[in-house]
Design a protein around this ligand. Structure first.
Ligand SMILES: NC(=O)c1ccc[n+]([C@@H]2O[C@H](COP(=O)([O-])OP(=O)(O)OC[C@H]3O[C@@H](n4cnc5c(N)ncnc54)[C@H](O)[C@@H]3O)[C@@H](O)[C@H]2O)c1
Ligand SMILES: [Zn+2]
Ligand SMILES: [Zn+2]
Length: 379
């Protein structure tokens, strides 16, 4: 089969790779109908993670079940399914308490709980930017979708970024009526804004500098804040009569940069501490890493020099980590079916798998108009 393979910094290629197969009784193989490129893929693409060369990337997967192992009971060939990016066993302590993203059994990497498809440090699982994908613990991990092709570009957001944006809002301690600042207007930030609005936020700010991303934020009723036009904290404080926000969501991660493009991993954390009120909450879903091959030594990335003193003094709280997709994806699917959520508003491109390397390059450079790229491996 064909798959998109990581070959080194800024090098990916579509190649012939070993077929995805049922390897154990609880596995399924999915025929991909849609698989997306994510901002998380870009950390790998840029050589800023420990991902191995030769890995098939792709953790935002959906499709049709092709084959199941003899122990699979809930799904059968022909079912249309969404595949959460987390791989979970369903029975360990973390899975049983809803922390599917920190499953203690699926990742053989020393010191790491939680696994994902085609992802650095997240276990030996190939990704779904390919024709087919192997899914372990298929009964646990697959979410049924209505048969057919309706809502395809909305449902494809259920594997990661819609639940991740929702989780960022959840981690912040949000309640209806709260005012929210989202740092990062990429796909995850826009999903956090969409979630906050659906959940009854009184006002939502989205901070970025890419014009089309700010326009998308405004198209759903958020206020776009361009950080290249001036300090975003001052802009938000001015617009809120000095009150700031009740909640904040970090949707950028360790490669946060200033308007000139220079990276400062603490930048958005500091902004959030400044714009969130005393006793307010911050949800961090942008990724931070213990090691980054892009800095010397790589372990330096583990120490982020942020305003912890002010954070403490303001009595704020913070939640972090990879999102437990299964905690939300069923309900978010039903919001889509009933027309109350439309996460496809961010889709900018739909391309065949062969065009993925070019799409990586353009999405990585945040070329105007490249907000969210969906790959269609079977046309
Ligand atoms: N926790 C999870 O489960 C999870 C899941 C998916 C993605 N992520 C992470 O979320 C982050 C965002 O992903 P994405 O798909 O939206 O990708 P993205 O990289 O396209 O979006 C990041 C956006 O942040 C903006 N930005 C950069 N510096 C900024 C700053 N100082 N202030 C405000 N905005 C700034 C960029 O212009 C860009 O639009 C990534 O770190 C990704 O790895 C986490
Ligand atoms: Zn993703
Ligand atoms: Zn588990």
């Amino acid at each position: 089969m064909k798959g998109l393979v990581y070959e080194g910094p800024k090098q990916v290629a579509v190649k012939e790779v070993p077929d995805a197969k049922v390897q154990g009784p609880l596995d399924a193989v999915i025929r991909l109908t849609t698989t997306n490129i994510c901002g998380s893929d870009l950390h790998m693409y840029e050589g800023r993670t420990a991902v191995e060369e030769g890995k098939v990337l792709g953790h935002e997967n959906m499709g049709i079940v092709e084959e199941v192992g003899p122990g699979v009971q809930q799904v059968k060939p022909g079912d249309r399914v969404s595949v959460p990016f987390n791989i979970a066993c369903g029975t360990c302590r973390n899975c049983q308490t809803g922390w599917w993203s920190f499953c203690t059994r699926v990742n053989p990497t020393e010191g790491m709980d939680g696994a994902a498809y085609g992802y650095a440090n997240m276990g030996p699982y190939d990704g779904g930017q390919a024709e087919f994908l192997r899914v372990p613990f298929a009964d646990v991990n697959l979410l049924h979708l209505p048969q057919g092709t309706e809502h395809e570009n909305d449902f494809t957001m259920l594997s990661d970024i819609f639940p991740t944006g929702w989780h960022g809002v959840e981690l912040s301690g949000f309640v209806p009526g709260d005012r929210v600042a989202v740092f990062g207007g990429g796909p995850v930030g826009l999903m956090a804004a969409h979630s906050a609005i659906i959940r009854g936020a009184s006002e939502v700010f989205v901070v970025d500098q890419v014009p089309d991303r700010l326009r998308l934020a405004e198209s759903i009723g958020a206020v776009g804040i361009d950080f290249s036009a001036g300090d975003p904290d001052e802009q938000i404080l001015e617009r809120t009569g000095g009150l700031g926000c009740d909640r904040g969501v970090e949707a950028v991660g360790f490669q946060a940069h200033d308007a000139a493009g220079e990276e400062h991993p603490a930048l958005t954390l500091d902004h959030l501490v400044n714009v969130v009120r005393t006793t307010g909450g911050i949800g961090v879903v942008g990724v931070y890493v213990p090691q980054d091959p892009g800095v010397d030594p790589p372990e330096r990335a583990d120490r982020v020099d942020w305003q912890y003193g002010t954070f403490f003094t303001k009595g704020q709280s913070m939640g972090t980590g990879q999102a437990p997709v299964k905690r939300y994806n069923r309900q978010l699917r039903d919001l889509i079916i009933k027309g109350r959520a439309r996460p496809s508003f961010i889709v900018s491109h739909e391309v065949p798998l062969d065009e993925a390397p070019d799409a990586y390059d353009k999405f990585d450079r945040r070329v105007e108009g490249y907000t969210k790229v969906l790959l269609k491996p079977h046309g």
